[in-house]
Design a protein around this ligand. Structure first.
Ligand code: FE2
Ligand code: FE2
Length: 296
């Protein structure tokens, strides 16, 4: 029986891209993420961060030919305990533990549906002299190229990630039981997904297969960036010729959202923080949500 892992927050997400020159025009110049020095040796990864320090790692193909897979990295309270719990959990594709230049430790594993998950300590555990240029190419020392984005979009943090799953009860063996993430009532219509929430309010939404798939894929795999001002964000996107494919919409907890795609087809959401602290909704152990006792 594996132990329980205490997740604090989302440390970063990894998003596959083909070419940093194209991707950074979107993530750095339009969305306003800040390029920071990478703490890994792999030259194909661009490190960026939101205003609260949550990171987005943009990952070019390591072999120049094959786009990688997205992953989500959770920050844990006790890394050694987490490694032990993961190793005895029976989940597949567990990696060796690694350590980055800033002392951050990490380990990877897959959930039942092949979603790649990383578990890590906090970042910046020891000082580093590493510097990055405007494209995120990192060297051991030199001058840091600080690029202040003129973007009107202020991304505070990652509000949630959306993960595709095939079996709600089975996936809860990972998110609810092993990772100890709270299952909460969701705040959308229907019952096609479960919401789970970490202590700081960051969420993982696990999403059932859709009835039909559009030309851009099924849209379940996505990252939601949290902004304060969704209207100003939408305006900035329109000015930058980024197509808003859905929204601005409003969820039942007041969360406002819109969807866009990055130049490589990754689905990105911008969302405000909802307040579901006083929701009248209830959820069962697998996140199926009811309102006034009636299953949605
Ligand atoms: Fe990572
Ligand atoms: Fe979402």
């Amino acid at each position: 029986m594996p132990g329980i892992i205490n997740i604090k927050t989302i440390n970063h997400v990894g998003i596959p891209i083909w070419d940093r020159r194209v991707a950074l025009k979107f993530y750095r110049d339009i969305l306003g993420l800040r390029v920071i020095p990478s703490m890994v040796d792999s030259p194909n990864i661009v490190w960026t961060k939101t205003l609260d320090g949550t990171m987005i790692h943009l990952i070019e193909p390591s072999d120049g030919e094959n786009l990688g897979n997205p992953h989500a990295a959770f920050e844990v309270e006790d890394f050694d305990a987490a490694v032990e719990a993961l190793r005895t959990s029976g989940y597949p594709e567990i990696s060796d533990a690694g350590e980055r230049h800033d002392g951050q430790k990490c380990i990877f594993i897959n959930d039942n549906d092949g979603n790649r998950l990383e578990f890590a300590t906090a970042s910046g555990l020891r000082p580093s002299t590493r510097v990055a240029d405007a494209l995120g190419y990192t060297t051991e020392s030199g001058t840091n190229a600080v690029v202040n984005s003129p973007s009107k979009i202020k991304i505070l943090t990652i509000n949630h990630i959306g993960l595709p799953i095939s079996d709600r009860a089975e996936c809860m063996g990972m998110y609810r039981d092993l990772l100890n993430i709270n299952v909460i009532p969701h705040q959308i219509d229907g019952n096609s997904l479960s919401w789970t929430e970490m202590p700081d309010g960051s969420m993982v939404h696990v999403i059932d297969p859709p009835k039909s798939i559009g030309s851009r894929g099924d849209g379940r795999q996505h990252v939601a960036f949290e902004v304060i001002d969704i209207e100003a964000s939408a305006e900035a996107l329109i000015e930058a010729d980024v197509e808003i494919v859905e929204g601005i919409g409003t969820r039942h907890d007041g969360q406002r959202f819109l969807f866009i795609y990055d130049p490589d087809g990754n689905r990105i959401e911008l969302a405000t923080r909802g307040d579901h602290s006083n929701t009248k909704r209830t959820a069962d152990a697998n996140g199926y949500t009811s309102e006034n006792g009636v299953l949605l």
